[in-house]
Design a protein around this ligand. Structure first.
Ligand SMILES: NC(=O)c1ccc[n+]([C@@H]2O[C@H](COP(=O)([O-])OP(=O)(O)OC[C@H]3O[C@@H](n4cnc5c(N)ncnc54)[C@H](OP(=O)(O)O)[C@@H]3O)[C@@H](O)[C@H]2O)c1
Length: 254
């Protein structure tokens, strides 16, 4: 008997990461055929490295769409995208969905600049593409606050965040991967915009560890951009899971 042919349709790069694993879970729950790219061997992954190009041609072969959640924090974001775009050109031109960050063109951080440049690579690739910018994930905001909470007093700059749950972002991305290319899609943000002081209070309530806070003024263009709300999407509060709900779940599950 001939072996069953599995028609893999969607590749998720970074499918082992925070956001990518939520995308994979959602696609699998919807019975979509998913391939996960990782540099490391593991169950149900295709091995490949977007920095060197190793394994990428076979990872991309035969897919209808790629949700590109892989990222490089050390200056190689554009290199990863170039490898993917080049492989996709030879592999039947799948729809490429790129995840970016709200404000990459407004906040002067090196990582943001690289993401903005990468958006332009997709937009000028000649391939079908969707670019989805999202606000900061709950996990990142929690990690920053937890790190700062180790100090004797918690420094609180006059900045707000609009944290979003990766499951909500995954819902948007999976819908896009299964739909026609949208080009630059409207931003996607969390349900609430909260000051750092409010976020710190929520974390304190969830953990029972209340820290004394001290307001701080942070100099520099990056903080000015954050203070001006360059990373926020007030008109796009489409995420549903709040920061408090996210923290409560973590307390439930240890
Ligand atoms: N964190 C936030 O607040 C936030 C907000 C908005 C948008 N975003 C964007 O969302 C995306 C996902 O972020 P995340 O926080 O989920 O990332 P993450 O958890 O740090 O995961 C990064 C992923 O990239 C993969 N990767 C790294 N280098 C690779 C390479 N050379 N070849 C192949 N895969 C590689 C890793 O896979 P292996 O280690 O398994 O190889 C890992 O799965 C990023 O583009 C980020 O900019 C993040």
């Amino acid at each position: 008997m001939a072996p069953e042919v599995v028609d893999v349709r969607i590749l998720v790069t970074g499918g082992t990461g925070q956001l990518g694993s939520a995308v994979v879970a959602r696609l699998r729950a919807a019975d979509e055929e998913v391939r996960v790219l990782s540099r490391r061997a593991g169950p149900e992954v295709v091995r490949g490295d977007l920095r060197t190009g190793r394994g990428i041609d076979s990872a991309v072969a035969g897919v209808d769409a790629v949700v590109h959640c892989a990222t490089d924090y050390f200056g190689r974001e554009t290199q990863l995208a170039r490898t993917l775009i080049e492989a996709a050109r030879w592999a039947g031109t799948p729809h490429l969905v790129y995840v970016s960050i709200v404000g990459v063109d407004r906040v002067p951080l090196g990582y943001y600049r690289a993401k903005h440049e990468t958006e332009q690579l997709f937009a000028t690739s000649g391939l079908p593409y969707t670019i989805q910018r999202a606000t900061q994930f709950h996990g990142l905001v929690r990690a920053i606050l937890t790190g700062a909470s180790r100090l004797p007093v918690l420094p609180v700059p006059r900045i707000s965040f609009q944290p979003v749950d990766v499951r909500d972002v995954a819902r948007r991305l999976t819908g896009q991967a299964l739909a026609d290319p949208a080009g630059r899609a409207p931003d996607f943000g969390g349900p609430e915009i909260l000051t750092v002081a409010e976020l710190a209070r929520a974390l304190g309530e969830a953990t029972g560890r209340h820290r004394r806070t001290v307001p701080v003024k942070v100099p520099g263009a990056t903080f000015r951009a954050y203070a001006g709300g360059g990373h926020l999407a007030p008109g796009h509060r489409e995420g549903e899971i709040t920061f408090r709900e996210y923290l409560a779940e973590r307390a439930d599950h240890g």
